[in-house]
Design a protein around this ligand. Structure first.
Ligand SMILES: *[C@@H]1O[C@H](CO)[C@@H](O)[C@H](O)[C@H]1NC(C)=O
Ligand SMILES: *[C@@H]1O[C@H](CO)[C@@H](O)[C@H](O)[C@H]1NC(C)=O
Length: 223
């Protein structure tokens, strides 16, 4: 064969072997502020409510459309996590706040829901174990509470949305997604922070949807 033919065979092989690109365009790690979440929705896990941001989920997404429930052929099943070390690691970063700790670890309702609703949207790239490992890995890269504190934003007070966003941008680099709840009317609280990354989670990208705080603000309580 000529060298050019060899070269094109090589590139065809490379293409065939490379991971599947193009199923989703970005990853959003959504972190919950437990005090607000538990105030708004109620938690069984109350002793104590974690005093740090915890994972809500890792959401593969597209810029122009929200991806959910990609398990169309219904062939993905959630495999219950049994490894005690993994369970401890997950429970530390991704506690299932609605449930008592042991009940949550036994039933795994939140983890299963997040995997089936969101994890299936990145399944060609991240199988179940990789999906959970990646979420924990990203969580460990962002100390959101420390970042807010470093910018004078502490639990127990109310701040301008712009100041909260400016603080988060020092670590997200790009526009984050800030999600608020309003309860009762007039009381707007920071509930979640979304940080968006490229599909390989190497660098941050702008979040395509900037979150409900922008409609509910401009004054936001950090409970
Ligand atoms: C999401 O984006 C990827 C890459 O652009 C594309 O291949 C895929 O079809 C999109 N999914 C939907 C549901 O639009
Ligand atoms: C909060 O979690 C982050 C990881 O996301 C960690 O770096 C930080 O030390 C934690 N802060 C406290 C006060 O536990």
């Amino acid at each position: 064969m000529f060298k050019s033919q060899l070269t094109s065979v090589f590139f065809m092989l490379l293409f065939a072997l490379s991971p599947i690109y193009g199923d989703f365009e970005l990853l959003e790690l959504v972190s919950t502020w437990p005090a607000t979440f538990c105030y708004a929705y109620g938690c069984s896990r109350r002793r104590p409510i974690p005093n740090n941001f915890t994972i809500h989920g890792l959401w593969p997404d597209n810029k122009s459309i929200i991806l959910n429930n990609c398990n169309v052929a219904n062939k993905e099943r959630y495999i219950k996590i049994e490894d005690p070390k993994k369970l401890t690691e997950l429970d530390k970063r991704w506690p299932q706040l609605r449930y008592d700790k042991l009940y949550g670890i036994d039933k795994q309702y939140l983890w299963e829901k997040e995997f089936l609703k969101h994890g299936t949207c990145s399944i060609n790239r991240y199988k179940q174990a990789a999906y959970f490992d990646l979420a924990m890995n990203i969580k460990d890269r962002f100390d959101l509470l420390g970042t807010l504190r470093n910018h004078g934003i502490n639990p127990g007070s109310t701040y301008d949305l712009d100041d909260i966003e400016r603080a988060i941008k020092t670590v997200s680099i790009k526009v984050p997604s800030l999600k608020c709840i309003e309860k009762p009317p007039g009381n707007v609280e920071l509930n979640e922070i979304g940080i968006c990354l490229d599909p390989e989670a190497k660098y941050t990208v702008p979040c395509p949807r900037t979150g409900s705080c922008h409609e509910l603000g401009p004054r936001i309580k950090f409970r």
